[in-house]
Design a protein around this ligand. Structure first.
Ligand code: NAP
Length: 258
């Protein structure tokens, strides 16, 4: 069933995106994996995806640039001829955590460019191809999946630009879900909590303590595979009457407690 399906996963060279791409490859998708790293440097991680044996391409591209996004779309269409799933996962934290009273314009532009602008314009470019596919390819049900964060609604005053980028991804999800419903394209937001990756390795001890002290009802770190499983569910088609949906993958962090 999935043997001809194609998924683009941004930020697939490491962490959550790598697990998502590996999961979808295991389900038969051809994968266009995106990262800024040299292929050689991340070859072991890419092997996690390639070992499924499905068709595979790695695009070294910066998603915050128009040229980078175009090269991703061109690769998918030239090598595989269709796009069934786009996962907007690539993201960065600020290089330096700074109080909101000190946040620089440079850091704001960088974080919004990589996390937010890329999600909007890659969705736009891919949605225009998916619209055409829905008319041309019988039975295709394309999906766009945006990886946001609990930071979409949780204040961290030392990384405001990150929180703002993730809150805005929630609106990008709603806007595209609304606009694309009539086109036969569903759009979802996956909202991870604290996940064990390079991004959180710098604050590992802090989160170890918070988690054991009850930060989340489910007292463990999230793993990249937890997020990958949620992406797999929305891509499965079992949620085809749901769009604009937010799936929390956060150990219950979002539950208000007394
Ligand atoms: P990570 O381990 O730091 O990996 C980030 C990925 O994004 C890497 O593959 C990186 O590729 C790619 N990337 C960064 N800048 C890019 C750019 N300009 N163009 C293309 N690719 C770029 O981070 P992660 O923890 O897996 O996070 C993945 C997503 O989940 C992010 O959107 C993050 O905000 C979100 N998230 C993470 C957590 C968490 O606790 N870890 C929680 C909530 C949400 P290269 O290294 O090759 O550049």
């Amino acid at each position: 069933m999935t043997e001809n399906k194609v998924a683009i996963v941004t930020g697939a060279s490491r962490g959550i995106g790598n697990a998502i791409a590996a999961k979808l490859a295991g389900e038969g998708y051809a994968i266009v994996a995106v990262g800024t790293s040299d292929r050689e440097k991340v070859s072991a991680n890419l092997h996690n995806i390639q070992k499924a044996g499905t068709r595979f391409a790695y695009v070294q591209a910066d998603v915050s640039t128009d040229a980078g996004r175009q090269s991703i779309v061109n690769c998918a269409m030239e090598q595989f001829g269709r796009i069934d799933v786009l996962v907007n996962n690539a993201g960065v934290a600020p290089k330096v955590r700074m109080d909101i009273l000190e946040t620089t314009e440079e850091s704001m532009d960088r974080v919004l460019g990589i996390n937010l602008k890329s999600t909007f314009f890659l969705s736009q470019a891919v949605a225009n191809i998916m619209r055409w596919e829905v008319a041309e390819i019988p039975g295709i049900t394309p999906k766009i999946v945006n990886i946001s964060s609990i930071s979409a609604y949780t204040s961290s005053t030392m990384r405001a630009e990150y929180c703002i980028s993730k809150a805005a991804i929630s609106m990008v999800t709603m806007l595209f879900a609304d606009r694309l419903a009539d086109e036969g394209i569903n759009v979802y937001e996956i909202r991870p909590g604290v996940i064990n990756t390079d991004m959180t390795s710098v604050v590992k001890e802090k989160y170890d303590a918070l988690i054991s002290n009850g930060l989340t009802p489910i007292k463990r770190w999230g793993q990249p595979e937890d997020v990958a499983n949620a992406v797999s569910v929305v891509c499965s088609g079992l949620l085809n009457f749901s769009t604009g949906e937010v799936i929390n993958v956060d150990g219950g962090f979002h539950i208000r407690r007394l």
